[in-house]
Design a protein around this ligand. Structure first.
Ligand SMILES: N[C@@H](CCC(=O)N[C@@H](CS)C(=O)NCC(=O)O)C(=O)O
Length: 203
């Protein structure tokens, strides 16, 4: 398998952590791939018309995207403990956490376009404030439910870990830890995992 990847995308990081945690990293060749929302990468677009990372190329020619689909596919390839709990409350809890982690990245990404890409004179302050409020509310929910993150990693805790790592990377002055001690404590432990350390974002 080949993974179109870069070292800054938190969605790619989810997949790389998932592969490391399940021991599948040795089966994946990583292909450094440049992306921009302003201009499609023609090579990547052949596999994924949305032009997004991560995109996983299977040996049979199929291209899989996006990160939830790729991670669930990887989970089907190993015989160890499943990181997508197979059924019941544990499954819904993990999927809900994944949606929260990915959702923080979605709203954070929309905000980053405004603050990092859009010309200064065109920036929309209300848009930035509205999206910041959403990711702060999501972090507040995670603080209240921090106990659900504990234990062996699942797709949920991996997604949340990637979201928090990305906030530190792109919005380092957000100071999300100050009012969320439980979440900060969990993240400190989680980010010490070898899979997290091996995938720290690099500009
Ligand atoms: N929901 C997707 C999001 C993927 C995504 O937005 N990737 C970004 C990098 S972080 C990207 O490829 N952006 C390039 C573009 O939008 O053209 C996933 O979970 O994989």
């Amino acid at each position: 398998m080949k993974l179109h990847f870069n070292t800054t995308s938190p969605f790619v990081r989810k997949v790389r952590i998932f592969a490391l945690e399940t021991g599948l990293d040795k089966n994946i060749e990583e292909i450094p791939t440049a992306v921009s929302p302003l201009k499609a990468n023609p090579e990547l677009a052949k596999a994924n018309p949305l032009g997004k990372l991560p995109t996983l190329l299977l040996d049979n020619g199929t291209a899989l995207f996006d990160s939830p689909v790729i991670c669930e596919y990887l989970d089907s390839l190993h015989e160890g403990r499943k990181l997508f709990p197979p059924a019941g409350a544990a499954r819904w809890s993990a999927l809900r956490l994944q949606a929260l982690g990915d959702g923080i990245l979605d709203v954070g990404g929309l905000c980053r376009v405004e603050v990092a890409m859009r010309p200064q004179e065109l920036r929309w302050k209300d848009w930035i404030a509205g999206h910041e409020e959403k990711w702060h509310s999501a972090l507040d929910l995670l603080e209240r439910e921090a106990a659900t993150l504990a234990g062996e990693p699942t797709i949920g805790s991996i997604a949340v870990g990637c979201a928090l790592g990305w906030l530190d990377f792109r919005f380092g002055d957000d100071n999300w830890r100050s009012s969320r001690p439980q979440l900060a404590r969990w993240y400190e432990q989680f980010s010490a995992r070898a899979s997290m350390q091996a995938t720290v974002p690099k500009a």
